[in-house]
Design a protein around this ligand. Structure first.
Ligand code: IPE
Ligand code: IPE
Ligand code: MG
Length: 237
């Protein structure tokens, strides 16, 4: 599969695990489990295609509102995922980054994700961002507070605050803005994902539920992106 123009940064809101479980008369946890299979294939393909950054929305700051049983199942899955995948990801030269408030995760999960970041920090292949306990407004507020502290401490003047200074305070510091955002399951909203970084992103909303999302669906989204005309407010002459 070749593409004339690939996005540098693909962001995916992996939605529809619950509906998939329901459709198959399975427990919700099985839907999330099935979702992990999709994720494996999409990460591998992104790495093989040479995509620069892949960001996956795995758990939002609002997802704590779900039942304890579901949250526990997701957290257990997270631990299992990191212990079973880390070797292959490292071997594939993938660099893992967590977007979100890691300290707000249970201890074991917090330790596992920090370990994965540490272990892969010198890798130079795909940047794999996993958003966990992530909220876009929370990320922006955190950046604003950090900048306010720097101004208070005399490191920075208000006039020096520009987009680069601000971006450098986000979880995605140093990574490009999102080019293509995919949300599966037919929902057409951001639910707080990468609000700043999606300012000029192209959006694709496949109806497929995340556990059913195949490489063909991924290629279709990338193909769709290839045909989009990105103007950034300008006009083609
Ligand atoms: C997305 O699937 C995964 C997470 C939020 C962790 P959902 O669980 O939101 O699936 P639906 O929206 O209920 O189908
Ligand atoms: C967004 O999906 C979060 C993740 C996919 C992790 P949700 O299913 O939680 O979002 P809403 O509630 O439909 O907006
Ligand atoms: Mg959902």
């Amino acid at each position: 599969m070749t593409f004339e123009r690939l996005p540098r940064h693909v962001a995916i809101i992996m939605d529809g695990n619950g509906r998939w479980a329901q459709k198959h008369s399975l427990q919700i946890a099985m839907g999330h489990q099935a979702g992990v299979e999709s994720l494996r294939a999409i990460i591998r393909e992104s790495s093989d295609l040479g995509i620069h950054t892949l960001s996956l929305y795995a758990f939002s700051t609002e997802n704590w509102r779900r039942s304890a049983a579901e949250v526990n199942a997701l957290m257990a899955l997270l631990l299992r995922y990191f212990s079973s995948e880390i070797d292959e990801l490292d071997r594939k030269n993938v660099r893992i980054r967590i977007l979100g408030d890691k300290q707000g995760l249970p201890d074991a999960q917090c330790r596992a994700v920090i370990e994965a970041e540490e272990r892969t920090k010198n890798n130079t292949g795909l940047n794999l961002c996993i958003a966990l306990n992530y909220g876009g407004r929370q990320e922006i507020l955190r950046a604003a507070a950090s900048i306010a502290r720097r101004v208070r401490d005399g490191e920075l003047t208000p006039e020096q605050i520009n987009e680069d200074v601000f971006s450098a305070e986000l979880y995605t510091a140093g990574l490009p803005d999102v080019d293509l955002l995919i949300r599966t399951s037919g929902e057409e909203r951001l639910s707080g994902f990468l609000l700043w970084q999606c300012a000029y992103a192209e959006f694709v909303f496949p109806a497929t539920l995340w556990p059913d999302f195949t490489l063909d669906d991924y290629h279709a989204a990338l193909r769709e992106y290839e045909h989009r005309d990105r103007r950034y407010g300008g006009r083609k002459t």
